[in-house]
Design a protein around this ligand. Structure first.
Ligand SMILES: Nc1ncnc2c1ncn2[C@@H]1O[C@H](COP(=O)(O)OP(=O)(O)OP(=O)(O)O)[C@@H](O)[C@H]1O
Length: 230
C-alpha cells in the first residue's frame, strides 16, 4: 500500500529522517520499533504530510505522497492516530466520534463501530475528560475508521495503559486486520507487537536498521530488546 524510499525529513533545521526505506503491504500489520527519539513519530507525520520539509518517495498507488497536502493524503484513505490521541475534552464521546469528516469511501458504518467498541456506545454522552486512557485510545481509533481510512497509522496506542486494556487494543487491531485494513503500528514494546505484526521494522537515528518477518522475530528478540533499551 505504501513504498517508502530514500526518505529524509526535517523539523525546522533539524534533520531527523536519514534515507528511510520501508514497505507497508495492503492488509498487513507492520510494526515500527525504536526507542525515544528514533524517528517513529516523524515517520508517521511525514507520511501524513505534516513535516515542513521532506525529500524522497512515499509511493501510494503510483503517487508520491510528498507532493500532496495533508488533506489530499487523508483523502487517499490514510489516517493518523497520534500519541496524545487528540480527543476533544469538552465534547461528548459521540460528538468526538462524528467530528472528523468522512474523507474516503468505504468507511466503517456506525453499527460495525459499536460492535467493535461496545464502550463507545455505552459512554456516548460522557465528555472526553471523563474517559480513561484506554477509552480515549479506542475512541481515537474508532473515529478514524469512520472517516474511510484504510491505512491506519497508530502512534504508540498502548502507551500508559494497563495490561488488560493493552490486550483489548491488541484484539481490536487483530479484528481490524481481519476486516482488510492496513496498520502501521509504532511501538516501544516488543512483546506487544510480537504476535500482532506480520513484518517488523527496527528504526534507529532516523533510519531503518533491520526488517524481520514475524517468524524471525522470536529468534531476534535479544537484539530487538537491546535496540529498545534506553
Ligand atoms: N517539534 C520538534 N522540533 C524539533 N525536533 C523535534 C521535534 N519533535 C521531535 N524532534 C526530534 O526529532 C527526532 C525524532 O523524534 P520522533 O518524535 O520522531 O521520535 P520517536 O521515535 O517518535 O520517539 P518518541 O517515542 O519520543 O515520540 C528526535 O531527535 C526528536 O528530538
Amino acid at each position: 500500500m505504501l513504498e517508502i524510499r530514500g526518505l529524509h525529513a526535517w523539523y525546522g533545521d533539524s534533520h531527523v529522517l536519514h534515507g528511510l526505506a520501508m514497505d507497508i503491504p495492503r492488509g498487513r500489520v507492520v510494526s515500527l520499533l525504536g526507542r525515544n527519539g528514533a524517528g517513529k513519530s516523524a515517520t508517521m507525520r511525514t507520511i501524513m504530510g505534516l513535516l515542513g520539509k521532506a525529500t524522497g518517495e512515499i509511493n501510494c498507488n503510483g503517487v508520491n505522497l510528498l507532493k500532496l497536502r495533508p488533506d489530499q493524503i487523508a483523502r487517499k484513505g490514510i489516517a493518523l492516530c497520534p500519541e496524545d490521541r487528540g480527543i476533544f475534552p469538552s465534547l461528548t464521546v459521540t460528538e468526538n466520534l462524528f467530528l472528523p469528516p468522512v474523507v474516503a469511501a468505504g468507511g466503517m458504518d456506525i453499527a460495525s463501530i459499536y460492535a467493535l467498541f461496545p464502550n463507545i456506545r455505552e459512554r456516548g454522552a460522557s465528555r472526553g475528560t471523563q474517559l480513561s486512557g484506554g477509552e480515549q485510545q479506542m475512541l481515537a481509533i474508532a473515529r478514524i475508521l469512520r472517516t474511510g481510512a484504510r491505512l491506519l497509522l497508530l502512534d504508540e496506542p498502548t502507551e500508559g495503559l494497563a495490561p488488560v486494556i493493552v490486550q483489548q487494543i491488541a484484539r481490536v487491531i487483530r479484528e481490524i486486520k481481519e476486516l482488510g485494513y492496513t496498520v502501521l503500528l509504532v511501538e516501544q514494546k516488543a512483546h506487544f507487537v510480537e504476535s500482532l505484526a506480520d513484518i517488523h521494522y527496527l528504526i534507529e537515528n532516523g533510519t531503518i536498521v533491520d526488517r524481520l518477518e514475524s517468524a524471525e522475530f522470536a529468534a531476534s528478540r535479544d537484539r530487538v530488546e537491546r535496540l529498545l533499551a534506553v
